[in-house]
Write a protein that binds this ligand. Structure first.
Ligand code: TRP
Length: 448
């Protein structure tokens, strides 16, 4: 059977950017910025994204497009008969772990959209009531499970529709919608009285705040936000046609991802400051602090609906990229139909997600290496599998593949002049600098 490709340049961009822009931008980035000192964190983050992670993204995309295969098949094809296929195997399984807990949070977003639509946050709600509402919800059994199931099911529907008429089409409609939603909310938030302090916090760096923990949080976030190290970008890149400029698509992806993160922060932190609330709330920022703000500001009811809608749209375009990795593997390596492959991935991710979801409530005493199930999956993938995956992929491209092949893929056989010019530098980064820096930060995380 003929392998599907993305149909247009814009289609490639919305797919890659759709994977990158997700809960990482709207939920994780703003609370990290809030907790790790504002502008200083953003500064370090920019450095990691554009100097270090962009070459890693190039590497994944090079492997994907060169092989035109799923994450497992890619390594088998480019390095036949070697142990690299194990990296492929891990790259197929990790996204399933990520999608299982990602869809739990996707499910929370669905519940909060429902709450926003039924006006459950009222101007008489106090902050502690809304905090309690969230805690009661996530520790309960059925409602979060329902959300998780529905979210994963919606993701599966887009996947079953296929690469071009599912993933690409969904992204083409949803990414522009998402952009408009987030910009609208940012404008509302920045025009609140007292919002200016939030903007100062976001844009005026205090470099004394930069320390090792800020650096490692920023690097982890850069990996997560760019969907690196676990085979998702590799799989999407395998659907890119040979005549597309992969350096440009990857760079636009990183730029859009950063812009979304920044606008999301402008949507959230100025409002937090305007209400004199604590920016260091952490993971609860979006689900506890924001509903309070929405319920106390003019137009808040509508803004709340739009915000949770944006959160869901962003989350689905990302979860489809995670889901697709396993499906592409099963279809190509195990010769399943797309439908049965989607069902198998759904079942595995659903079961793991059930445990993640319950680990906030009834299973909160079950600990793996001292962590609840949800935190264990999150830490295992974000602090271990992703950086190690990223490290191995740059080693693969820098040391296992032939230099001529890498440059050939990066420049479309030497035909793209701008890529020819930077290819030497990019190769140097991939071969020497990226592995060293990722290794250094990874080890410092492990031991400190
Ligand atoms: N990047 C997405 C976000 O910011 C999440 C995501 C999609 C992801 N694919 C990934 C994270 C692969 C890690 C690895 O929400």
């Amino acid at each position: 059977m003929e392998r599907e490709n993305f149909g247009s340049r814009f289609g490639v961009l919305v797919a890659l950017a759709g994977s990158a822009v997700g809960l990482g931008n709207l939920w994780r980035f703003p609370y990290l910025v809030g907790s790790y000192g504002g502008a200083a964190f953003i500064f370090v983050y920019i450095f990691f994204v554009f100097i270090l992670c962009l070459p890693i993204l190039f590497s994944e995309v090079i492997v994907g497009r060169r092989s035109h295969s799923n994450a497992y098949g890619a390594f088998k094809k480019l390095a036949p008969g070697t142990k690299w296929k194990w990296l492929g195997a891990v790259s197929v399984f990790t996204p399933i772990i990520v999608v299982s807990y990602y869809s739990v949070i996707g499910g929370w977003s669905l519940e909060y959209l429902f709450k926003a639509c039924t006006f459950s946050f009222t101007d008489t709600s106090t902050q502690s009531q809304l905090g309690e509402m969230f805690d009661n919800f996530i520790t309960s059994v059925w409602a979060p499970l329902f959300g998780h199931t529905l979210f994963l099911f919606l993701t599966g529907l887009v996947i079953v529709a296929g690469v071009k008429s599912g993933i690409e089409k969904f992204g083409k409609i949803m990414m522009p919608v998402l952009f408009i939603l987030v910009v609208f909310i940012a404008i509302r938030s920045m025009t609140l009285p007292g919002a200016f302090d939030g903007l100062i916090y976001l844009f005026k760096p205090d470099f004394s705040k930069i320390d090792a923990s800020v650096c490692s949080a920023a690097l982890g976030q850069a990996f997560f936000s760019l969907s690196l190290g676990v085979g998702t970008m590799l799989t999407y890149a395998s659907y890119i046609r040979k005549d597309e400029n992969i350096a440009a698509s990857s760079t636009y992806t990183a730029v859009s991802d950063f812009i979304f993160a920044l606008i999301a922060s402008c949507a959230i932190l100025p409002a937090v400051f305007a209400f004199g609330l604590n920016p260091q709330e952490g993971p609860g920022l979006v689900f506890k602090t924001l509903p309070f703000i929405f319920s106390h500001m003019p137009l808040g009811g509508i803004v709340a609906i739009l915000f949770f809608l944006a959160l869901i749209v962003a989350a689905i375009t990302s979860s489809i990229s995670l889901y697709e990795v396993g499906v592409a593997y099963l279809v190509e390596e195990k010769h399943m139909s797309r439908k049965s492959a989607s069902l198998v991935v759904f079942l595995i991710a659903w079961i793991m997600g059930v445990f993640c979801s319950l680990s906030f409530g009834p299973l909160s005493d079950v600990k793996i290496l001292g962590q609840t199930i949800f935190n264990f999956f999150d830490k295992l993938s974000a602090n271990f599998l992703m950086p190690v995956g990223g490290l191995l992929i740059v080693i693969f491209v820098g040391w296992q593949m032939k230099k001529a092949d890498v440059i050939d893929e990066f420049t479309n056989g030497g035909s793209i002049r701008a890529n020819n010019r930077i290819s030497g530098f990019v190769y140097f980064m991939i071969r020497y600098i990226c592995p060293l820096v990722v290794l250094a930060v990874f080890l410092s995380n492990l031991f400190f």
